[in-house]
Design a protein around this ligand. Structure first.
Ligand SMILES: Cc1ncc(COP(=O)(O)O)c(C=O)c1O
Length: 401
């Protein structure tokens, strides 16, 4: 049977890992961390193409170019997203930078969701627009017509994230894919928030998918990494050049190993993240001290129907607003035991984040007000702990509001 016909629960545990060890006679069940930086080769090959060494054909020369542990991870990532190619990068940021660089040139135009991860927005403004001469238009992509209206002949790339952070806005991947297609633009989706377990943008028409593997894919808050998955050979060729030669931004063997190991439990973790997040969202929605809850799994979410249609689950991140002032918010945060105040998300442990002073502090107060990020607005990354412990911790802290 073709491996891709297996269920994701099976692919997550086994795909790509067996048969990767070059040591003769050793059939590892889990791939070792293959640390060698260089490999001896049998003879001189005047025709060797260093940028496209094929690890599956045993072509190993130098670990920046190909490495068995990274190769195993890349196979698994491709299988989980349902793509033909995957590459693992040193961070999600590096994966995004390489993907954009692979597609756009000076004079080109990018249409992007205004509600992107802050680092991606800064990259688009400070690197692509200011330094590389690429025009960038940010749109409210919850309205597909705005995406269409921003398209131009020079638009080479459309870049989306859904759901967005921390406002949990969604965009319609299938509809935007059709627009990008009409304009011959590449459509990239950052799928970090849902992981390949709950959403597969390639199957909805996207050309390329990126992940910060730092989040759900690795899942244990102990590795920084990124990934790109695509079906397009032309994009893969450019990305491979950038990963191995142009930027040298490939994932290390140890982080590749950690991520492979983390992925084995991705389906189990995602189901628990979602179950806990749904219970917490319903609890917060019914609490007097909470003015609003943003979670696509709630019927009250304005894009609940779209979420139910294009996702196979609602994920583990939600945001909510307290009915209090900054001092009340600080007191609430101080009373929590099970939710450390920390950025990032997607680990097995629950975290709480205060966007106004943390992830979104670079924005002006006016911009935060426009977006609806008040001083009492909070984001939860709901972990896989017992939900009753999380609920009683929140309940006790809410009593102080
Ligand atoms: C949606 C999203 N994309 C990309 C990134 C960047 O990933 P990394 O921190 O691995 O570079 C983040 C980080 O928070 C993120 O939330």
């Amino acid at each position: 049977m073709n491996d891709y016909e297996l269920h994701r629960e099976t692919l997550a545990v086994t795909h790509g890992e067996r048969g990767q060890t070059p040591a003769p006679g050793v059939e590892d069940v889990t791939i070792p961390v293959h640390l060698s930086s260089t490999y001896s080769i049998p003879d001189v090959d005047p025709d060797a193409d260093l940028e496209s060494l094929d690890p599956d054909a045993g072509e190993y020369l130098y670990s920046r170019l190909s490495n068995p542990t990274r190769n195993a991870l890349e196979h698994r990532l491709a299988a989980l997203e349902g793509g033909t190619h995957a590459l693992a990068f040193v961070s999600g940021t590096a994966a995004i930078a390489a993907t954009m660089t692979a597609v756009v040139h000076p004079g080109d135009h990018i249409v992007a969701f205004e509600d992107l991860y802050g680092g991606t927005k800064t990259m688009l403004n400070r690197l692509f627009a200011e330094r590389l001469g690429v025009d960038v238009t940010f749109v409210d992509a919850t309205d597909t017509d705005e995406v269409e209206a921003a398209m131009r002949d020079e638009t080479r790339l459309v870049w989306m994230e859904t759901p967005s952070n921390p406002l949990m806005h969604l965009c319609d991947i299938e509809a935007i894919a059709a627009i990008a297609d009409d304009w011959n633009a590449v459509f990239g989706v950052d799928n970090t928030f849902l992981s390949p377990y709950f959403q597969n943008p390639l199957s909805l028409g996207a050309d390329v998918v990126v992940h910060s593997t730092t989040k759900y894919l690795n899942g244990h808050s102990d590795s920084i990494g990124g990934a790109v998955v695509t079906d397009r050979d032309d994009i893969m060729d450019e990305l491979a050049f950038l990963q191995r030669v142009g930027m040298g931004s490939m994932l290390s063997p140890f982080d590749s190993y950690l991520t492979l190991r983390g992925i084995k439990t991705l389906p189990l973790r995602m189901r628990q993240h979602e179950e806990n997040a749904m219970e917490i969202a319903r609890f917060l929605e019914s609490h007097d001290a909470v003015t609003r809850v943003l979670y696509p799994g709630l019927e009250s979410h304005p894009q609940h129907d779209l979420a139910a249609r294009q996702q196979s689950g609602f994920g583990g991140v939600l945001s909510f607003e307290l009915d209090t002032d900054p001092d009340g918010t600080a007191a609430f945060l101080g009373h929590l035991d099970e939710f450390p105040l920390a950025v990032s998300l997607g680990g097995v442990e629950s975290l709480i984040e205060h966007p106004a002073t943390m992830t979104h502090s670079p924005l002006s107060q006016a911009d935060r007000d426009t977006l609806g990020i008040s001083d009492s607005f909070l984001r939860l990354s709901v972990g896989v702990e017992h939900v009753d412990d999380l609920l009683s911790d929140l309940d006790e802290a809410l009593a102080t509001v």
